[in-house]
Design a protein around this ligand. Structure first.
Ligand code: TMP
Length: 252
């Protein structure tokens, strides 16, 4: 499948058309921004890490019953995905206080919650992605009742699967952001990416940050943090995927 015209360029990815109107190619860049584009930089190798890690996690989630846009990894930076219309909501799930939650409610970072929380932001750069509740989302016709129920169900399922998966790698999944899209037939699927750009990962022993907060907060060691989390995920999933491939060969 070849890249045709550029359809869209975002802060961290480009999207290209293909010969098939229902498929597009996402191409991951090393560009990094924070605070709605106010802070800009480059994280060498980030595009490769985010592309490959997001694909591994999407394959895992698909096996666990969460439908996704993922079709096929084409190269280190390029992936074929189903074309969707993005639901303009950032869906944020939290297990531990951090980031805007800690700031907004005046609590320390690092307090574990008894139960995960969910919140939505309205995806609108001009308004700085404001926090929005599900009633407002319905009033603005961003999504229907049924779509919001489906999105919440999938988001908590993603949390259950990934929290357990990362715990095995010695990583605490603090919080993360998801985006969902509608396929041509209206079906809701998980879209965008799941990567150190969109999740907070803390080392379980040291609480060292292994995610984009190192860039947002000028903590240094940004590239190494991306490499470290990627190495842990690859080690775990490559082995599982190798086993599956072996099984398939044995079954032939
Ligand atoms: P927050 O605490 O800043 O609201 O971030 C919550 C999670 O969402 C965190 O894992 C980082 C991720 N996130 C994005 O993916 N994109 C964004 O634009 C923002 C603000 C956060």
């Amino acid at each position: 499948m070849e890249k045709k015209e550029l359809i869209y360029e975002g802060k961290a990815k480009k999207v290209f058309a293909t010969d098939d109107p229902e498929l597009v190619i996402v191409s991951y860049k090393d560009d990094a921004t924070a605070f709605n584009g106010l802070k800009k930089g480059t994280i060498a190798g980030k595009g490769v890490v985010n592309n490959r890690m997001s694909n591994m996690l999407m394959r895992l989630l698909a096996k666990k019953g969460v439908p996704t846009h993922y079709v096929e990894e084409l190269s280190d930076r390029d992936t074929l995905v189903k074309r969707v219309k993005i639901v303009p909501l950032e869906v944020i799930v939290r297990n531990v206080s951090a980031g805007s939650f800690a700031k907004r409610y005046g609590v320390e970072e690092g307090i574990p919650f008894d139960r995960p929380t969910i919140e939505f932001s309205y995806k609108c750069d001009a308004l700085d992605d404001p926090l929005i509740n599900s009633y407002h989302a319905r009033a603005l016709k961003l999504a229907t009742d049924e779509e919001i129920a489906t999105i919440e169900k999938y988001a908590f399922r993603v949390n259950d699967v990934l929290k357990e998966f990362f715990a095995e790698l010695g990583v605490r999944l603090i919080d993360f952001k998801l985006e969902f899209g509608r396929l041509a037939d209206g079906k809701i699927v998980l879209a965008d990416e799941i990567s150190p750009d969109t999740c907070r990962f803390w080392d379980a022993k040291t609480n060292e940050k292994l995610d984009k907060d190192r860039f947002r907060r000028d903590l240094g060691g940004v590239e190494d943090a991306y490499k470290e989390i990627f190495a842990r995920v690859t080690k775990e999933l490559d082995e599982t995927e190798k086993t599956c491939k072996t099984c398939k060969q044995e079954n032939k």
